[in-house]
Design a protein around this ligand. Structure first.
Ligand code: PRT
Ligand code: MG
Length: 228
């Protein structure tokens, strides 16, 4: 008796909605890939594309590396900020082949306007720093030899200095509008941030024939200035 043929699941591409999804669309389009539907207009978490063997899944930005690492997604796009925090606890399993140069911003230290950060650092005061990026913050202050107490938050870091939770925050800054609106100022630049394509290592071996054209097309689209 002949066995029914197993249909391989489509290549699964993890994206977060918002800026990463929005900035990835033109790269996919340049690669001939159309996403059918959008996370803004429907609550569907799995979106088909115009290619039978490729689908998009919509996950939280911080969850993209987890889906890819465990192989539930074959590839995904995540910010350098997210990947740096993720890799502290989950070594291996993830391949970061290319910086797509999208969703660009910077990671900075910010304080309430008027707070004398330089002086506090010079005096060796023990600073309280609120952040979602505890690894990046710990490494930054350790490299400066500054003692800090880190307070882990999951969002709206800008509030912390305003209500006395922290002296400083480590957060992402793009236009600077959010800091300004909350009477905060940037006092130190930690790193330039952009988003990277990540790949599941096993999938890269077992499904390379299907993955490579997608990787190549995204890399090609990313270096063409019209998409940056
Ligand atoms: O929003 P949610 O809690 O669901 O998740 P998320 O914040 O992790 O996702 P999302 O989509 O907001 O961010 C995804 C990725 O985009 C991040 O991991 C970064 O790599 C990248 N990115 C680029 C940014 C920004 N620019 C950015 N400006 N991520 C966040 N911001 C926030 C920042 O935290 C601050 O609150 O925007 C605010 C500052 O913006 P400006 O323009 O006012 O300076
Ligand atoms: Mg956000």
């Amino acid at each position: 008796m002949t066995q029914p043929q197993r249909v391989a699941r489509p290549i699964t591409f993890a994206l977060s909605k918002g800026r990463i999804f929005d900035e990835t669309l033109p790269l996919l389009q340049a690669a001939g890939i159309e996403v059918l539907g959008s996370p803004d207009s429907s609550r569907k978490l799995i979106l088909p594309t115009n290619q039978d063997n490729l689908r998009i899944i919509i996950v939280r930005a911080t969850d993209v590396p987890t889906y890819v690492q465990y192989g539930a997604a074959d590839l995904g796009i995540a910010g350098k900020d997210v990947l740096h925090e993720h890799s502290e606890q989950h070594a291996g399993g993830l391949y970061q082949p290319v910086d797509l140069n999208i969703a660009r911003c910077r990671m900075s230290v910010a304080v309430a306007q008027g707070f004398d950060y330089e002086n506090a650092v010079r005096q060796g005061s023990r600073l309280r720093v609120a952040t979602k990026y505890t690894r990046a913050a710990r490494e930054h202050f350790a490299s400066k030899g500054v003692y800090v107490d880190l307070i882990k938050l999951y969002g709206s870091m800008e509030l912390a200095p305003l209500v006395g939770l922290a002296d400083a925050i480590v957060d992402l800054v793009s236009t600077g509008g959010t800091l300004k609106a909350n009477h905060l100022e940037e006092v130190e630049h930690i790193a330039a941030i952009s988003s990277r394509l990540v790949l599941n290592q096993a999938a890269l071996k077992t499904r390379q024939a299907e993955l490579q054209p997608i990787i190549d097309a995204l890399m090609q689209a990313a270096i063409e200035p019209s998409h940056n």
